[in-house]
Design a protein around this ligand. Sequence first.
Ligand code: BT5
Length: 329
Amino acid sequence: MRKEILDLLKTAGDTYISGEEIADKLGVTRTAVWKHIKELRRAGYDIVSQAHSGYALKGAPDVLTPEELAPLLEGSLFGTNILYHEETRSTNEDGKAAANAGAPDGTVVVTEFQGTGHGRLSRGWFCPKGEGVLFSVILRPTSFLPQEAPKCTLLAAVAVARAIRSLGLDVGIKWPNDILAGGKKLVGILTEMSAEMERIHYIVIGIGINVNIAADEFSPDIQDTATSLSILAGHTVDRRQLLAAILHEMETLYIAVQKDGFAPMFDAWRALSVTLGQDVSVLAPGETFEGRALDIDDTGALLVDTAAGRRRVLAGDVSIRPKGWKGKR
Ligand code: BT5
């Protein structure tokens, strides 16, 4: 009912709409309408009322609720089922629980705050309440195999980079799961999966974006390495529009890779990469080495030329060496 009332108020724009008209249109009593309006005001909607004219919506809160997102995602798969928690532990954990309970392909879990948001290897993900975009998408692909799941991290990176670049901001992708601006981390991506040898049950892609975080709000350990969209743009960024744009891009790519395979998406990834062609240090499981990042292969692994020959990196952390670095190759 809240959503229907909001829809009517949004459609009316600046024009007042009477409680009686809302009640008639929705088949409820005027008292019920009044109660819902009270609830909406409590949720942060600026709804004004005038004695003989009724109600008008003057402002919406900056929240990522289904009421706010659904109108921006009409007709898309990635907007049909939105699970919203004002606060939660981790949207990836929620996503896995929802997927285990049968949530469909394209389900989106979104929150304003995570108590225990995490990255790879149980590292933490930091974000003040209401200042980032924190969400996970559940995928249930039928056309690719479990070993291809890591490619979804690259897919998500392309989608997010495209959506951010459409705001006029210069960002690039660092293999495998970061988006950087000016060498600082803006976005982290965490892909998890449940599968058998030959069949994916589900993939959960979790994405954390620093949107309206001021420089001095970052925790001291990441203050020199993290940045946000508002720092880059010099103004606050609309989180709803951004999330909707990312979901549109992700859905388009997801449909395309299921139909045509990953190769075209990899080309898009290459064009957005800040890793390729750079001297890098690779911290892989159990070892560290240095070399020049050449390309990704058709599995999404990073190919690095080292003094001891070419290495194929499937997982790890890559740091890009500053230009003019004179280390060994
Ligand atoms: C990542 O891991 O970058 C993946 C982060 C994924 C977070 C999303 S939020 C929605 C969903 N739910 C979750 O629980 N997770 C996903 P990794 O490459 O391991 O990097 C983690 C490291 O990034 C940390 O150890 C910090 O050093 C740094 N870090 C933490 N918060 C950051 C932030 N807001 N901005 C930049 N760097 C950050």
